[in-house]
Design a protein around this ligand. Sequence first.
Ligand code: APR
Length: 399
Amino acid sequence: MTGIGRERMVRESTTVVVIGGGPAGLTVANLLLRLGIGCVVLERQSRARVEQRQRAGIVEHRAVRMFEEWGLGERVVGGFPHDGLLEFRVDGESRLLDEADSTEGLTARLCPQQILVQRLIAACLEDGGDLRFEAADVAIDDPAADRPVVSYRAADGVRHEISCELVAGCDGDHGVSRASLPDGALTAYPFDHGIAWLTVLADSPPPRHPLLGVSEHGFAAHFGRGPHSSRYYVQCPPGDSADDWPDERIREQLALRLSVAEPVAGPITEKEVFQLRSVVHEPMHHGRLHLVGDAAHIIAPMGGKGMNLALYEAEVFARAVRDHVHGDDSGLRSYSEVCLQRAWNYQEFSRWMTEMVHDAGDDSLAGPFRRRLARARLDRLCSSRAAAGAFAELMAGLA
Ligand code: APR
């Protein structure tokens, strides 16, 4: 340790500095650990805070297989079976879509994000990983340098400077990684869906299958989050706030839209409104910095692809680092192109599905012509084996 003025400073060195300890950063760390490659994770929040953050809950089949191939299957995504059935309730009429049917039984796991994060943290620490929580003022000094230096202030006030070969920017949409790139280095492709959702958490049993309600009252959905807890989505006018939605109104609208007498059996514990938006930043690297997950793109939640895309990119990056330490940089060079291909594929899937379930319901946004188109799309999905197969392939992450 050296003293500069009155501030204490530690200089260190590693192969990869990972900024951000969400699903993307923690997966990168676990995979690098298994490859025996030096890696330090810097996470701004405390461990408890990261472990409590509730978000998306489907781990697609491709990602389940990935964790299994890396010897992490049981520890990270064990349990949480999902029978592969998805229920659309269109004007009260039930239509079941069987994902497993078209993907040889390969289905996803309904694993809430906070559980995945807790398990990734546990696996990493058990295997001797270097996770540093409450890392403040993380900064990258010249991501294009031969050996970039990432600095931060630890919880005890000591400043650290870590020199490394590569930086993985896994710090989400509002992180420091993308913000530290020079103007013009990336191009943003943003899209506003013009739709808002009220998300509701309640101590209420999950539905039999993930349930999507399409009707003239607007879109709504009900997903399980554990044996006694559920998450609901209720389409609402953009600009609404949670105050516009007292509990009674939520219960009444969910009953109408899902055609269920008592859709929320227990107390509502949280509600929040958010706008559906999407964005992709290209390319996904600059110099020695590679963006992984939400740091590079946001995908609207319909289809559950945000977290799965992050898991995919974590693996592409880990494999590229493995080749890099053996002198082959081709994986790092193609990283952005490979990831963007899947990113746009998933963006298209998410937009396609978003449009279908919203347009097919209340036609005040899309108009009567598009409402009928969306109904035709939904009918085709539920009646054509080939259409259902293409959908299932995307849900599983195999296309
Ligand atoms: N320094 C260090 N850590 C930071 C900083 C920073 N300046 N800024 C943000 N972070 C941390 C956040 O606290 C968070 O833990 O980076 C992490 C980013 O995690 P996510 O936002 O969950 O992003 P990512 O890991 O890419 O998530 C992938 O899972 O939950 C979904 O919506 C999420 O679709 C996304 C996917």
